[in-house]
Design a protein around this ligand. Structure first.
Ligand code: PAF
Length: 291
């Protein structure tokens, strides 16, 4: 595995591979890799001849008071895992490389923003988060020029926003999303799970249980608004601080008042000081999407 820090090193590698008609897959990450990330890499290997992974904790997608400074950084272990996973190129850019702005600490630069989708759900509580995500992912796509990029469906809204960016800006990259990798009790894998105390960790699997139960209830005809209220109430009673528990259309992320064939239920909730998100995509087989 080659490890590079400059954009020109990435350009040259990719140019060389593409000259040999190689297909390039890209997996952007913020490091602290777990089995979920490695499943994305494995998928990437199956979809392309060469795999590029980036590790970069992007300051622009963290708000004031969020965990940018404490976000777990485990580069040595990450490198080892990526070598074992058969990655061809690891890109480790600096802030100066990704944000060559007027001041060294500046995270402000030419920006890419997907309106509306970026302002709902997680975007309501984290107002500039998705601006940071789309800006950095656009930069990465320009540097790596991948044929295909792989993301985890745990960040369901992030994937929907990136798909919209790619479609609206005619970016020549295919977006592939993979199902969430879970711990044995159902908790979605996340680098932030390590912030949980033992007691909180024992409670955390309630999120995925609730998503399964409540999606089944809605698929069986229950009223969506009542189930959303009930979901939020159960979370509060169990010691969570819910931000949203919401049934949405999987593509537009618009709010649902009635069941339709394809639906997603998404949740964000704080447990102690840790903010957790999860979602469940599900179908109501008795309905068609136009119903
Ligand atoms: O999902 C993440 O880890 C980040 O949002 C991403 C896509 C690497 C952009 O910084």
């Amino acid at each position: 595995m080659d490890v590079v820090e400059s954009t020109s090193d990435v350009f040259n590698k990719v140019l060389d591979w593409k000259g040999q008609h190689g297909r390039v897959a890209f997996v952007p990450t913020m490091g602290n890799l777990h089995a979920g990330h490695l499943s994305l890499v494995e998928k990437a290997r199956g979809l392309a001849d060469k795999v590029v992974v980036s590790i970069y904790v992007n300051p622009m997608q963290f708000g004031a008071g969020e965990d940018f400074d404490t976000y777990p950084r485990t580069l040595d272990a990450d490198k080892k895992a990526l070598i074992e996973a058969g990655v061809d190129l690891l890109f480790l850019p600096s802030n100066e490389t990704m944000y060559p702005g007027p001041s060294a600490n500046s995270t402000v630069s030419a920006q890419v923003y997907v309106p509306e989708l970026s302002e709902i759900l997680c975007g309501a509580g984290r107002p500039s988060h998705f601006l940071g995500v789309t800006t950095i992912v656009n930069k990465f796509f320009n540097i790596v020029q991948p044929d295909v990029a792989i993301f985890g469906q745990k960040d369901f809204q992030q994937v929907a926003i990136i798909r919209r960016m790619v479609s609206d800006l005619f970016m020549p990259v295919e977006i592939v999303a993979l199902p969430t990798t879970r711990e044995s009790d159902g908790l979605a894998m996340s680098s932030r799970n390590q912030y949980l105390t033992e007691n909180e960790r024992n409670k955390a699997s309630l999120l995925s249980e609730l998503l399964s139960q409540m999606s089944e209830t809605v698929a069986n005809g229950a009223d969506i608004a009542s189930i959303e209220a009930k979901g939020a109430e159960i979370l509060v009673l169990s010691g969570f601080e819910p931000e949203y528990f919401s049934f949405r259309d999987p593509v537009s992320l618009s709010q649902l008042t009635h069941a339709q064939k394809d639906m997603v239920v998404l949740v964000a909730a704080k447990l102690g000081s840790t903010r957790l998100i999860d979602n469940r995509l599900f179908s109501c087989e008795t309905l068609s999407n136009s119903a």
